[in-house]
Write a protein that binds this ligand. Sequence first.
Ligand code: NAP
Length: 255
Amino acid sequence: MKDIFKLDGKVAVVTGGAGGIGEALALGLGIHGANVVVSSRNQEAIDKVAEKITEASGKEAVAVASDVTDESSVQAMVDKVVEKFGKIDILVNAMGMNIKRDAFEYPMEDWDKLFDVNVKGTMIACKTVGNVMKKQGEGAIVNLSSVRGIRGYTGGNTGYCATKGAVELITRALALEWAPVGIRVNALGPALVITPGTRHIAENPELAKKYASAVPMGRIGMPEDMVGAVIFLASDAASFVSGQTIYVDGGLTAA
Ligand SMILES: NC(=O)c1ccc[n+]([C@@H]2O[C@H](COP(=O)([O-])OP(=O)(O)OC[C@H]3O[C@@H](n4cnc5c(N)ncnc54)[C@H](OP(=O)(O)O)[C@@H]3O)[C@@H](O)[C@H]2O)c1
């Protein structure tokens, strides 16, 4: 039996690839054999991640900037990738943002910002790369949802929960629509993960304890915890898996 988790010969694009989770996923894809294209708006940040991947894996990794809210910018990135590598086998949409706001006072411009990046950005990236995959007759997409995509949360998370619920339904609708052309579409649903944006929680013992005690496994997630599920969903090991969200959450959503 061949090694079904191996990604050798595959080309993977990671949007949000310099983010806390995106960097770990991009590195993991490279270490498992893929040529990785790291993308986000900040060229300097994605250059650094591409260098790290090449160093760690010996595989060629490149950094191509794009803004997921801008269709022409994503198309230009995809064109560059296809020109360089000739194909795209894997897309991981690890970009995203949260803006926490009291629902009674919710500024709708913040609602729009969240939906622009998390929802429209996911669809633009899926659509643009999906067209390349359609021509190839195969491809695997992994979108970033959250435990907040299936559960309501207090603390100003109404907008974020709504965007992640939308990401889950984009994932399932595309899985149905694109199954006939060989594209699998799945999602990853992390619980809280310590990244630069959430480090203040890990650094505050009381807050860290509160979050950890809500998780059946009794700890907060790390970016590296997210890698295995994405390698699985991106690889031939998941060749009959589509429209699913894997919650990597220490058991949180089992309740
Ligand atoms: N951390 C958690 O606890 C957690 C839990 C559950 C789900 N998630 C989800 O996991 C994903 C990654 O989270 P993270 O914690 O790694 O976030 P992060 O560290 O803030 O990284 C977010 C990434 O998205 C990129 N990005 C933002 N806006 C963009 C745009 N318009 N175009 C292209 N790239 C853009 C950022 O790069 P630039 O700003 O340079 O463009 C950055 O690389 C998000 O979807 C998040 O909602 C996170």
